[in-house]
Design a protein around this ligand. Structure first.
Ligand code: FEO
Length: 168
């Protein structure tokens, strides 16, 4: 594998791991503040990011590359509002999408069509996750500071997320 592509995939392993820990901290914050639906949503997002990370680790090893299991910084573990929580979720997903686009760009530049093909799964995944994050933030912006609205949002979050069509 091209060494610059290998380095980018190792960077991506770190970003996915960081996102997993970031969402775990979000889940824990929501759990301790009585938002059980939101907590479950972020526990499961955290697991998904771990799967994204592991898929990259296995791919780099299969291609004979060297995996660097990353050191991570401590994620933010306290939020002033649900809006801040979901803004952080969306900006994290936008960041990951930008990094994936960068990997794709470099794959084309270095003519590594195998990694390019592998990364298409991440492109589709990001489209879906960004759409979910935007939909949830839109709903929270409609709700504003209304406490009963937050109660219903927490109760219905899984119904909202399964109804999202990323292509719309
Ligand atoms: Fe795997 Fe949502 O970044």
């Amino acid at each position: 594998m091209n060494t610059s592509i290998e380095a980018l995939l190792n960077d991506q392993i770190k970003y996915e791991a960081q996102a997993s820990m970031h969402y775990l901290a979000m889940a824990s914050w929501a759990d301790s503040n009585g938002y059980n639906g939101i907590a479950n949503f972020f526990y499961s997002q955290s697991e998904e990011e771990r799967v994204h990370m592991t898929k990259l680790v296995k791919f780099v090893n299969e291609r004979g590359g060297h995996v660097i299991v990353p050191e991570l910084s401590k994620p933010q573990d306290s939020y002033s509002s649900l809006k801040e929580l979901f803004e952080s979720f969306l900006s994290s997903e936008i960041f990951v999408t930008e990094q994936i686009n960068h990997v794709i760009f470099e794959c084309l530049d270095k003519k590594d069509y195998n990694v390019h093909n592998f990364m298409q799964w991440y492109v589709t995944e990001q489209l879906e996750e960004e759409a979910v994050a935007r939909t949830l933030l839109d709903k929270l912006n409609i709700i504003g500071d209304d406490k009963s609205g937050h109660y219903l949002f927490d109760r219905d979050i899984n119904m909202i997320t399964t109804a999202v069509d990323p292509t719309e």
